[in-house]
Design a protein around this ligand. Structure first.
Ligand code: PGA
Length: 254
């Protein structure tokens, strides 16, 4: 059985006091949650303090990115997997579509970042997803296939088994437009079948695949009920402790 995961991606939101206030309010709201894994990805500046406040709780911490170079070294502005681990995070989001679109990330850099993370015992949450024009032109599966094939190139099955995948159709991120449960399920099933081809049945059956893109308490239930959707990666809906806790409880009580 795959353990469900609800992860929150705060993007470039929250100062340290704002992040700690979120944690203060959020912890008691999810204290009873046992089945669903909960992960929060604060900005780098708040990572350490958020991780400290969440130590020993059922809420884990992720970074929103990681350097492709293992380091240490002369890479101005980069934060290594070892440093992220040191700050108290167990996970790193890699290949988010905003990084691909705005900061020129490629499948090759995603692959390097996955390796850097795994090398420092940091678990990757790898994002894939097609743009609207890809979907309109009937190329959605082809695009996602290419992202997985190149992004997870040359990993062993045991390395691949440490990854969480997030399917985030670019046209659904921050747009208020969610994929229908049917569209999302179809892609999640496709991703699972590709994992089977690349890494075998065990990895395919055990990998958690999250849906992301305008997920909120009002629309997430149908998505989380799909057989191949193991949870959510929530952006805007993770900034408010009560709203994010609602999403967690919807999955928890399923
Ligand atoms: P959104 O973002 O929920 O605000 O659409 C999701 C994401 O980018 O991970």
């Amino acid at each position: 059985m795959r353990r469900p995961v609800i992860a929150g991606n705060w993007k470039m939101y929250k100062t340290i006091p704002e992040a700690l206030e979120f944690v203060r309010q959020f912890k008691p709201l999810v204290v009873s949650v046992t089945r669903c894994e909960i992960i929060i990805a604060p900005p780098f500046t708040a990572l350490k303090q958020v991780a400290d406040r969440l130590e020993g709780t059922n809420v884990q911490v992720a970074s929103q990115d990681v350097a492709a170079e293992p380091g240490p070294g002369a890479f101005t502005g980069e934060v290594s997997a070892t440093m992220i681990k040191d700050a108290g995070a167990r996970w790193a989001i890699i290949g988010h579509s905003e990084r691909r679109q705005l900061y020129c990330e490629t499948d090759d850099s995603v692959n390097a970042k996955i390796r850097a993370a795994l090398g420092a015992d940091l678990n990757p949450i790898v994002c894939v997803g097609e743009r609207l024009e890809d979907r309109d032109q009937g190329r959605a599966q082809m695009v996602v296939d290419a992202q997985i094939t190149a992004g997870m190139h040359n990993l062993t099955a045991s390395e691949a088994s440490r990854i969480i995948l997030a399917y985030e159709p670019v046209w659904a991120i921050g747009t208020g437009r969610t994929a229908t449960p049917e569209i999302a399920q179809e892609m999640h099933w496709f991703i699972r079948s590709r994992l089977k081809g690349m890494f075998g049945e065990g990895v395919s059956e055990n990998t958690r695949i999250l849906y992301g893109g305008s997920a909120k308490p009002e629309n997430v239930e149908g998505l989380l009920n799909q057989p191949d959707i193991d949870g959510g990666l929530v952006g805007g809906g993770s900034l408010d402790p009560e709203i994010f806790a609602k999403v967690v409880h919807i999955r928890e009580s399923r």
